[in-house]
Design a protein around this ligand. Structure first.
Ligand code: CUA
Length: 348
């Protein structure tokens, strides 16, 4: 008979197991449900390009193999637990040792599983690393702390944080950067690709469906890593041609009012040392602002572009984005709103 002390310890242990079971179940439920979303702009299982489809194909094969293994192991375990459970007076089941067929089977089976995973994986690795098609649109992607630069050498277009690409045409990205390692990741268009200073990485895909696709830097790169978002806008071919034409057009000259004041403030401030606006300045440290007003978001996808958000950014960038490299310019509210109005008017 257990003593009172032993019984108390046993009950404590049972209570602890009970609590940890509930906690484990609760956490599993939380994470499980956390994966269920209808509005999931960064879903890895909604492929919208050939590259994403290839990766999803490998992912599905591995998932189904894993489900099969889980079923076989789970059912086998359940059968053993029921069949050989301890019953009063039951004899010890037959003990097996050194069963050649069993040992060969459980050596060969995992090897076959690995082979079944390796073949499609290696095929897709080779396919996604192949040289891009000759008609591919080349885009140079530069990862900066904490924004993205997109250069189209064949089109002489430079933009930031929002990359436009035509649907149905291969896009060949070359990725590089001036500061630290970043990672380009637009889940619905394909897998991650590291952006390593001093090394040209490549990523090729053909987007299938026009729309807007969210991306995010996927390699920790400093304080504002989480604020290094991007958007890829996949345009129908004619819409893409219009976008290119707008990027190349000369920026409209503001005639009077806050926009004209804003331009004058911009032109005499530190802005010109870092930013290019074609015909106005040629700084190269920050994003090219020639068609800033044609973008949807500010600060690498953080905020919608409105006079209020842009003016707040101009007054104090680090208040909105920790450690942002742009300094506060010491503008008054009125000056900040004037510059914001000027920049938003730059639509190309
Ligand atoms: Cu760039 Cu993380």
């Amino acid at each position: 008979m257990p003593s009172d002390l032993a019984r108390g310890t046993l009950e404590d242990a049972r209570a602890a197991v009970d609590v940890s079971t509930k906690a484990t179940f609760g956490l599993a439920l939380t994470f499980g449900l956390g994966g269920c979303a209808w509005d999931a702009p960064m879903s890895t299982v909604a492929a919208r390009s050939d590259l994403a489809r290839d990766i999803l194909h490998v992912y599905s094969i591995i998932t189904w193999i894993a489900v099969g293994i889980a079923l076989v192991v789970g059912l086998g375990l359940a059968w053993v637990l029921v069949r050989f459970r301890d019953r009063p007076g039951a004899p010890l089941p037959a003990q097996t040792r050194g069963h050649t067929l069993l040992e060969i089977s459980w050596t060969v089976a995992p090897a076959l599983v690995l082979l079944a995973i390796a073949i499609p994986t290696i095929q897709v690795i080779f396919r996604t690393q192949a040289a891009p098609a000759r008609d591919a649109l080349e885009v140079r992607v530069l990862g900066h702390q904490w924004w993205w630069e997109f250069r189209y050498p064949s089109l002489e277009v430079v933009t930031a944080n929002e990359m436009h690409v035509p649907a149905g045409r291969p896009v060949a990205l070359t990725l590089d950067g001036p500061d630290v390692i970043h990672s380009f990741w637009v889940p619905m268009l394909g897998g991650k690709r590291d952006v390593v200073p001093g090394r040209l990485n490549r990523l090729t895909f053909t987007a299938e469906t026009p729309g807007e696709y969210r991306g995010q830097c996927a390699e920790f790169c400093g304080v504002s890593h989480a604020n290094m978002g991007m958007r890829v806008v996949v345009d129908a071919p004619d819409a893409f041609a219009r976008w290119v034409a707008a990027q190349k057009a000369e920026p409209a000259e503001p005639v009077a009012g806050p926009a004209a004041d804003g331009k004058a403030i911009f032109a005499r401030s530190a802005c010109v040392g870092c930013h290019t606006i074609r015909g106005v300045s040629s700084g190269a440290l920050g994003p090219d602002l020639t068609t800033f007003g044609g973008r949807r978001t500010l600060a690498a996808g953080m905020l919608p572009i409105t006079v209020d958000t842009v003016a707040a950014w101009l007054k104090n960038p680090t208040a909105l984005k920790p450690d942002a490299k742009m300094p506060a310019l010491g503008l008054t509210d009125e000056q900040a709103r004037a510059v914001a109005t000027y920049l938003i008017g730059l639509k190309g």
